[in-house]
Design a protein around this ligand. Sequence first.
Ligand SMILES: [Zn+2]
Length: 286
Amino acid sequence: MIIDAHTHIFSPDVIADRARYAERDPFFGDLYRGHAARMIGAEELIAAMDAAGIDQAVLAGWCWQPHEICVEQNTWTMEVARQHPDRLRALAAIQPNAGAAAIRELERCIAGGMIGLGELNADGQHFDLDNANFTALARRTAELGAVMLLHTNEPVGHNYPGKGRLPLADVYALVKAVPDLKLILAHWGGGFPFYELMREVRKAAANVFYDSAASPLLYSPQIFRTIIDIVGSDKVLFGSDFPLLLYPKRQTEPDYAPFLAEIRGLGLSAEEWENVMGQNSMRVYG
Ligand SMILES: [Zn+2]
């Protein structure tokens, strides 16, 4: 069973009219204005999954700034997930700054079959992790038994559109403030796993998980071995950020094959492979 825990698809409206959405949402515009960044719908995602032997994918919501776009996109995404119940599961797009309306929207989405929320992005959506609205949202997420996918990225290294500055100390404060929140930190937690070598961080981060989204654009393949050795294979989720081109020098179309081949070549044990590639997603999302 292979589950991609981190994909992004968009509704036909957004794909057809990205310039209008870019006007309404500057962060979306930074990443998707023009036609360089790929946008796909559900059918293209499923075709790519079929070609590569991916059983299921988690649809991560975009980190829309306007609450109204979150609501509109969630309604579309819920319908798509309902049409493909054996292949697609979905996370709600939520703007934490919307306060009580954000919590109501999360409740609507969970009632509609969604399994969590995210990918939230503190830089892109302009919220702080210690803000009262955000904390209330995190608490409600934990009460609902839902999962939060939070964008994190490495504070060092090359720059790229969308690279944020969320401090890892803020992430740690969130983990301590809402310890029962099931939290997936995207993109290897931006280095957070390293601090699980500290006993108190390890203990506090019992419900924290890490995904491998966009990994080949950021790290050498040995990061899988390294992070598994630090946090254990039960805390790492295979995620791709599909349809992002992970090997832009040799790829012109999104394709799972090279990333899967790279992971297969790492010599993970059977148990590690099964955990990372699907079992952890099943356990975390229930
Ligand atoms: Zn991300």
